[in-house]
Each structure stands twice: as C-alpha cells, then as structure tokens.
Ligand binder design. Structure first.
Ligand SMILES: CCCCCCCCCC(=O)SCCNC(=O)CCNC(=O)[C@H](O)C(C)(C)COP(=O)(O)OP(=O)(O)OC[C@H]1O[C@@H](n2cnc3c(N)ncnc32)[C@H](O)[C@@H]1OP(=O)(O)O
Length: 194
C-alpha cells in the first residue's frame, strides 16, 4: 500500500512494540534531540520548547505551554502548532524503541480550541510495528494530565538510517551537527546497530 493510502491502524500480524532494554527509565526527562528543533530545541527561540518524559512501556508524556507566538486566531493556538506538538511527542517514542524514524503520515483531530497560556499535557503510545512502519497514537489534554481532550492524532512513522539526514539536510546545519559532541551522543543513542 503506497503513501497516502497507508492505514493508521496496525495491520493484523503487526508486532507488539518492545521497549529497548537500554531505554531511559520511566519518568526520565528526555531532553532535546536537537538544540534547533522547532518542537523541543532549547536554542530555538520560535519553538515549542516541548518537554518529553519516558513513560511506562513504549509511551511518552510531554508538556508544552502555548505562547503568544503560537497563535492562529486571537488568543488561540494555531492548529499546525498543535499538530507539531503531537508530532514531536510521537517522534519521541524513538528514544524508547531506539530506532530512527520520521513521520510518514499524521492525522489530527482538533477537538477543543486551546487558549494562549494553556499547557497541553500530551501522551503518546506505540500501537504496533510492521517492518519499517511504526504505528502510534497521541492525545493532548488542557492544563492537567486528566484535563479535557483538545487534540488527538494517529500516525505512521517510517524507520530510516542516519544517512536520511546527512543526505537530505542543508550542508551548513549537517556540518555543525556532526561537529557537536552532544549531537553525536544523541545519534548513538538511537542507533541499534552502530
Ligand atoms: C532522530 C529522532 C527524531 C525524534 C523527534 C522527531 C520529531 C519530529 C518528527 C518529524 O516531523 S520527521 C519530519 C517529517 N517527515 C519527513 O520529512 C519524511 C519525508 N518522507 C521521506 O523522507 C520518505 O517518504 C520516507 C523516508 C518516509 C519513506 O521513503 P522510503 O523510500 O524509505 O519508503 P519506501 O517507499 O521504501 O516505503 C517503505 C514502507 O513505508 C511505507 N511508507 C512510505 N512512505 C510513507 C508515508 N509517507 N506514509 C505512510 N507510509 C509510508 C510504504 O508504503 C512501505 O510500506 P510497505 O513496506 O508495507 O510496502
């Protein structure tokens, strides 16, 4: 089945996700995978500064507070920003699987408007793995981990090799990342077979 027609539900026979034995313990703050990442980078002034933690099994919890720079309508978060928060939280499942994967497909339900100043409490879970395809779902709630649901997403991530980034990224940033010991450490943490 080609891209665009790929179902977001794991097919029958998909493998159950397995938490990597060296995955960070539940509760561990994961930290940014890249300082300039729009989702989690601490050095990215326009970003979400989303903070993700390892959960139980293959799950992640994350928080992100909507800033004035994230508005779509007056006083409300932009939908694309909320989709980014879901994408980032889902992508953080990579830390627990210890694979490198990129978003292939992301479908978002916007259930409630999210005001500026609200904190979105997100939770993502891996639902199954079929070859290189990683199926995952996420939910975001307003202001409390058990607050009202604002957004939901289902996604398929596709496992890639590290060279997906070195081949495709702009050379300036790739060169800088490869010279950064912190970035090398992150890359190693994702490589199952270094
Ligand atoms: C490093 C850790 C980072 C952690 C945090 C990250 C958070 C943010 C995550 C992101 O936002 S990543 C950025 C957004 N995503 C991208 O830029 C990906 C752009 N797309 C691509 O580079 C390629 O299309 C992709 C690598 C996803 C797939 O190309 P391939 O040539 O490797 O795939 P191929 O055609 O061999 O297909 C392999 C399988 O995946 C399926 N597939 C491929 N593209 C798909 C797609 N787009 N959607 C759904 N399924 C897809 C395809 O049907 C097939 O399934 P089957 O094995 O069952 O036949």
């Amino acid at each position: 089945m080609g891209p665009g027609r790929t179902t977001l539900v794991p097919p029958p026979g998909a493998a159950s996700p397995v938490r990597h034995p060296e995955a960070p313990a539940p509760g561990t703050l994961l930290g940014p995978h890249y300082d300039q990442c729009f989702g989690c980078g601490e050095g990215q002034p326009h970003g979400l500064h989303l903070q993700a933690r390892a959960g139980e099994g293959v799950s992640i919890t994350a928080e992100f507070t909507v800033q004035p720079a994230h508005q779509g309508a007056p006083g409300l978060a932009h939908g694309g920003v909320l989709a980014s928060a879901l994408d980032e939280t889902l992508g953080s499942l990579n830390w627990l699987l210890r694979v490198i994967a990129v978003t292939g497909r992301l479908e978002t339900d916007f259930v409630r408007p999210v005001p500026v100043g609200a904190t979105l409490h997100l939770e993502a879970r891996c639902m199954g793995i079929d070859g290189r395809k990683i199926y995952a779902s996420a939910v975001g709630r307003i202001d409390r981990p058990d607050g009202p649901v604002a957004v939901r997403a289902d996604a398929v991530f596709i496992e890639v090799k590290l060279d997906h980034f070195t081949r495709n990224g702009r050379p300036e940033e790739i060169k800088a990342a490869m010279a950064d010991p912190d970035q090398i450490k992150v890359a190693r943490a994702f490589e199952v077979n270094p």
